[in-house]
Design a protein around this ligand. Sequence first.
Ligand code: NAD
Ligand code: UDP
Length: 313
Amino acid sequence: MKKALVTGGAGFIGSFLCERLLSEGHEVVCLDNFYTGSKNNITHLMKNPRFEMIRHDIVESILLEVDWVFNLACPASPIHYQYNPVKTVKTSVLGAINMLGLAKRVKARILQTSTSEVYGDPEIHPQPEGYWGSVNPIGIRSCYDEGKRVAETLMMDYHRQNQVDIRLIRIFNTYGPRMHLNDGRVVSNFIISALKEESLIIYGDGQQTRSFCYVDDLVDGIMKMMKKDNFIGPVNLGNPGEFTILELAEKVIELTNSKSKIIQKPKREDDPVRRRPDITLAKKELGWEPTIPLESGLIKSITYFKKALEDLA
Ligand code: NAD
Ligand code: UDP
C-alpha cells in the first residue's frame, strides 16, 4: 500500500481520485486551498483513518513524506482560471516546482495532470501526443495553457536532470457529479440551466466540438498510469466520442425533459474549434479506453445536479 498526496483533492476530479485510492487501501493526504474545491466533496472521507486533509496553497512549499504525488491543484474552468490569471500561472508553475522538489527529496513518483489545452486550437485532428500544439501565448486562455505547458517542461527537466520518476497525462474535457454548481464548464452549465428551465447559452454557432469523458473512466486511466512502470508519457486520457456543442445542448434538453430554449452569444476569444483525443497510445501502453458513453454519463450527472439543486432550495 502507498501513501499518496493528492493536490486539488477537494476538487471535482481530485475527490473521486481520493475515494478510489482509499478504496484500494492506500493512505491519502488531500491538499487543497479550496479555491474551486469544496469540503462537501470530501466530508464523507473524513471518518476514514487513512484520510487526512491539509488546507495549503501549492504556491508555497511543503514538507511531507509520501510515495505518490498526484498534482491536480489548478482551477480548470475558463471563468475560474481567468478570474486571477497571474495566480493561475503561479499555481501551475510554482506549484509544479514545489511538488517536483518534494518528489525529488523523498523519491516519490509524481503524476502531473496536464491538459488537451497544450494543443491549443489544434491544426491536427484528432490530436496525438506527438503534436506540439497551436497556442496563443498572449491571450486570455494563455495563463492556463502556457502554465500547463511550462509544468510539462518542468516535469521533463526534473526527470532528465534529477531522475525524478514522473508520469504525464493530458486530460481532455471530463465531466460528472461534484462539478461545482458555479463551475462554468459546458456540461454542468447546460444541465443546471435545463433543470432550472432557463435558456442554454451557446457561445458562437455551436459547431465547435469537444470530446467528453466521464470522471470514473478518467480516474481508471489516472490509476493505471501511476502504477505503470517504464512509461512516463505524455499520454492523452479522454473519450474519443466527438460532439458539437449544439448536439450536447440538444441531448441535455432531451434527457432532462426540459422546455429550455437554446440561445447564442458571441464566440469566446481563442475558443478551440475542434478537439478529440487520439488514444492509441493509452490503449497500447495502459490497456485503457473509456467505457461510459456520453448519454449514460449525462444521466448520472443529471441525477447528481437535480439533488444538488433540491438541497439548495
Ligand atoms: P477543480 O477546479 O474542480 O479542481 C481543482 C482543485 O484544485 C480545487 O479543489 C481547487 O480548490 C484546488 N486548487 C486550485 N489552486 C490551488 C492552489 N494554488 N493550491 C492548492 N489547491 C488549489 O478542477 P478539476 O476539473 O477537478 O481539475 C483537476 C485537475 O485536472 C486540474 O489541474 C485541471 O487543470 C486538470 N484537468 C481537468 C480537466 C477537466 O476537464 N476536468 C481537463 C484537463 C485537465
Ligand atoms: N460553452 C458554451 N456554453 C456554456 C459554456 C461553454 O457554449 O455555457 C462552450 C465554450 O465556448 C466551448 C465549449 O463549450 O466552446 C467548452 O467549454 P468549457 O468551458 O466547458 O471548456 P473548454 O474546453 O473550452 O476549456
